[in-house]
Design a protein around this ligand. Structure first.
Ligand SMILES: Cc1ncc(COP(=O)(O)O)c(C=O)c1O
Length: 436
């Protein structure tokens, strides 16, 4: 490549060749990145609280990942697993299957992206059950392909103008306690929203026509909506009772994000099928559907696959990621990070009226901003302004949620204490500026 252009020159150049629908949240064009730090083409350094949207749990350019990629790229980069298969995919499946919740034999199907994993989970569920309907949840996010966009709940920007959508997808209310869809309060509600799922299925799809219920253990794009303990136990029990498959979309929550390898571990529940992507291969394209052997094996030979999945370089990167978790006690670090963040964000909630709710598990944590704690009117403009303030000061954060008023933290788990404290201080300064 020739000499890199400045951020401004690249921003101007892209408008001529990249469609504006593929927008970027910042004008920072990355030159290099390491751990939790990103440096742009102008030499400016940023602390990264976004982790490439939950992809960089092991940190940018981890030396073990870089070495695995280099080594595999020097051997071969593609032969197509459907033509000439290779060892890294088999080894990765051997390592990944036991990590996914569920004390039963499993199989792993590898594909390239989160959306492709969700598409395949639904294909497999429909094939196995011979039923058409799928129940997803309000505020859920599952991707941008036709089926996954249909499963996704939020209209703008994900679905707006892109209809008609795929058939036989239905959305049920989720356990959004801060804004309970049933108007109740936890724990007095006794998890009425979980019980409501059964009524919903009877009324909207009929159990014997329902292939699967798909849920994120913590809704990511939807606003880090975190159901209370016991919720998924009931959801899984309803599914079991009616022969409906329970699919956990762990694409954002998985690979250590919540301080456990998979978030459903916190709920003591196993799904029939689990989708995995994002931090699995530290930024190399790779995703998986991991599920019960008899369900995964029900599909005829040739019914699943694709040209690229699983790319061998991505598999080697993923094996390195799993090594890093084992060798560097990254889950322990994630739990410690979670404690620090809970204390600090809890303090923000006490000090700043604008912080209406702090929620999440471990280091998958967010603040929902409101202009009025009583009415809970969403503070979307303020969330945007906070993002801009932080960026100006050298910190990258992300917003999410139905109203865009939730600030979520997804920093690499390898972030140093010093970087973490520096980033949190900027966030605090931003909240102070917003409210003064
Ligand atoms: C829970 C969840 N499912 C699916 C997806 C789609 O993944 P991808 O963007 O790799 O297609 C995402 C991406 O943000 C996600 O968070």
């Amino acid at each position: 490549m020739s000499q890199p252009l400045s951020n401004e020159a690249l921003a101007a150049a892209r408008t001529a060749v990249i469609p504006k629908g593929h927008a970027s949240g910042t004008a920072c064009y990355v030159a290099h990145a390491s751990g939790a730090l990103v440096v742009d083409v102008g030499g400016r350094e940023y602390i990264d609280f976004s982790g490439g949207i939950a992809v960089m749990n092991v940190g940018h350019s981890h030396p073990k990942v870089v070495e695995a990629i280099r080594d595999q790229a020097g051997k071969f980069t593609h032969t197509c697993f459907m033509v000439l298969p290779y060892e890294p995919a088999v080894r990765l499946a051997e390592r990944l299957c036991p990590l996914v919740p569920g004390d039963f034999p499993k199989r792993a199907l590898f594909v390239n992206s989160g959306a492709e994993a969700v598409e395949n989970a639904i294909k497999i569920a429909r094939y196995h059950t011979r039923r058409p309907a799928v129940v997803a949840f309000d505020n859920g996010y599952h991707g941008r392909t036709l089926l996954t966009m249909t499963l996704t709940s939020k209209v703008k920007p994900y679905k707006y103008g892109f209809g008609p959508f795929a058939p036989e997808v239905y959305h049920a209310p989720f356990a959004y306690c801060y804004r309970c869809p049933l108007g109740l309060t936890h724990p007095a509600c006794d998890l009425a929203c979980a019980d409501h799922l059964e009524d919903f299925i009877v009324a909207c799809t009929a159990p014997e026509q329902t292939a699967a219920v798909i849920a994120e253990p913590i809704q990511g794009e939807g606003g880090f909506i975190t159901p209370p303990a016991g919720y998924f136990e009931r959801v899984a029990a309803i599914c079991r009772k009616h022969g409906i498959l329970f699919i956990a979309d762990e694409i954002q929550t998985g690979i250590g994000r919540t301080g456990a390898m998979f978030a459903l571990e916190h709920y003591g529940v196993a799904a029939d099928l689990t989708t995995v992507a994002k931090s699995l291969a530290a930024g190399m394209p790779l995703a998986a559907v991991v599920g019960r052997d008899e369900i995964m094996d029900s599909v005829h030979p040739g019914g699943l696959g694709g040209t690229y999945g699983p790319n061998p370089v991505s598999c080697r990167a993923a094996l390195a990621v799993l090594d890093i978790f084992a060798e560097e006690d990254l889950l322990g670090r994630a739990r410690r990070l979670g404690e620090i963040l809970a204390a600090r964000l809890g303090g923000f909630k006490e000090r700043f009226e604008i912080v209406g709710d702090v929620r999440g598990i471990g280091p998958m944590i967010a603040m929902e901003l409101v202009t009025d704690r009583h009415t809970k009117a969403p503070a979307a403009d303020q969330a945007k302004a906070l993002g801009r303030f932080c960026f100006e000061k050298g910190l990258v954060i992300l917003t999410c949620g139905r109203y865009g008023n939730v600030v979520r933290l997804l920093m690499p788990l390898v972030i140093t204490d010093e970087q973490l404290q520096r980033g949190l201080a900027i966030l605090e300064e931003g909240l102070t500026a917003l409210t003064s």
